[in-house]
Design a protein around this ligand. Structure first.
Ligand SMILES: CC(C)(COP(=O)(O)OP(=O)(O)OC[C@H]1O[C@@H](n2cnc3c(N)ncnc32)[C@H](O)[C@@H]1OP(=O)(O)O)[C@@H](O)C(=O)NCCC(=O)NCCS
Length: 191
């Protein structure tokens, strides 16, 4: 699986090139760095490896490149400019882990590196899962999130998910309720 798309966020001056691929084991250290920086209770390396071992589980990563990066790399190769420092190829920016079980898709983890947030990466990952859901004739996509996680709630609501329940005291270290959200496939979400 691989998909490439240029995202034009009206708020951003430069569109971002986003590439989606399946997670490879050697990319785990990059994923873990983003995970640890983003979550109160981050998944461990073992958790990701366990998911890679399940046939019903998928982890997709989003890698990004500013359009300018490609131009600079080409110029450096052609010798018209000095080779720039740093890596100008695609950089790891986020990931999504989900299960396809029976006629339901369950999203377990969506995370975007802090420095790439509000550039449409999570939206792109979720659009991809919705396309898969439609192709696989899944009936619904479900997920859970901390009640206080307003960015995530805004993200899901704006994509057409609806709150369908609440579990009190669901999360461990910092105790707080979980919100359950669902999107019925074939409904009228703005996807
Ligand atoms: C939630 C998260 C995945 C969003 O990723 P992102 O790539 O920044 O999201 P996008 O840029 O695709 O945003 C899409 C839409 O979601 C909403 N949104 C995202 N972040 C938001 C924020 N901080 N405040 C308000 N709305 C937000 C907006 O409607 C946004 O559209 P807009 O930018 O055109 O207004 C990211 O903040 C993150 O990794 N948080 C930590 C991990 C986490 O909480 N994951 C979810 C667990 S359930």
């Amino acid at each position: 699986m691989q998909g490439k798309e240029t995202n034009k966020n009206p708020g951003m001056e430069h569109p971002l090139e986003i590439r989606l691929t399946r997670l490879h084991e050697e990319e785990l250290p990059q994923i873990l760095a983003i995970e640890r920086e983003s979550h109160l209770e981050p998944w461990s390396g073992e958790s990701f490896l366990e998911e890679l071992g399940h046939s019903f589980s998928q982890i997709l990563v989003a890698q990004v490149r500013e359009p300018d990066d490609g131009r600079k790399a080409r110029q450096a190769r052609e010798g018209s400019v000095q080779a720039p420092r740093g890596n100008l190829s695609f950089r790891m920016a986020g990931y999504i882990c989900f299960w396809c079980v029976a006629d339901e898709i369950q999203i377990l983890n969506v995370t975007v590196d802090k420095k790439w947030r509000r550039r449409g990466i999570a939206r792109r990952l979720l659009h991809h899962v919705l396309e898969l859901a439609r192709e696989s004739s899944a009936q619904s996509i479900v997920l859970e999130l901390r009640k206080s996680n307003l960015p995530a709630r805004m993200l899901y609501e704006n994509l057409g998910f609806q709150v369908v329940g609440e579990r009190p005291d669901y999360y461990g270290v910092i105790r707080e309720p979980a919100i359950l959200m669902e999107m019925r496939i074939g409904g009228k979400g703005p996807f």
